[in-house]
Write a protein that binds this ligand. Structure first.
Ligand code: COA
Length: 143
């Protein structure tokens, strides 16, 4: 598996994976706008020319918000998300970020397990954060 920053063409496969992995996917346009943002950090996991997973974060000063991370269902439980997260944190550190935070659906046990294992700590809930009314747990990690 190769881990590298996104190039423009990656937005197409990321948008496809978003649709397969989330009930409320980011649109191509949202992803493209974020990709061109000056403070966006991106990582793609590529295997055999195919995007198996991705992660991206938006930095603001000494903090960065992990916007999303996902792995193709066929490529899960092989450590890809853990590696994506580690790459993103490394990039964030290099950009001067001291704290990474994220929101996760309270029902998303696999993602919470991933974050806990990577050293993130649950801080507080954001009630009805998602469009369907589900609460988010905010988690953070000092880098
Ligand atoms: C969450 C997700 C990114 C994990 O990707 P992955 O590549 O399968 O994760 P990894 O193989 O790197 O797993 C790392 C650790 O996370 C935890 N984990 C991952 N998937 C899990 C699952 N289905 N059940 C329980 N724990 C899980 C485990 O602790 C795992 O370590 P282990 O395999 O040594 O037990 C993937 O399931 C996914 O894309 N889900 C849909 C999108 C999503 O919910 N993203 C998070 C948004 S907040």
């Amino acid at each position: 598996m190769e881990y590298r920053s996104w190039v423009y063409e990656d937005i197409f496969s990321v948008a496809e994976l978003e649709k397969r992995c989330f009930s409320d996917p980011w649109s191509f346009q949202m992803l493209a706008d974020t990709f061109f943002g000056a403070n966006t950090l991106t990582v793609a996991a590529v295997e055999g020319g195919k995007t198996a997973g991705y992660a991206f974060a938006v930095a603001a000063g000494e903090e960065a918000d992990l916007a999303n991370i996902a792995v193709d269902p066929a490529a899960r439980r092989r450590g890809t998300a853990r590696a994506l997260l580690a790459c993103l944190e490394e990039k964030a550190r290099a950009a001067g970020v001291k704290k990474m935070f994220l929101e996760v659906r309270v029902s998303n046990a696999p993602a919470m397990a991933l974050y806990l294992k990577a050293g993130y700590v649950g801080r507080y809930a954001r009630p009805r954060y998602y469009g369907d009314g589900e609460d988010a747990l905010v988690m953070e990690k000092f880098l």
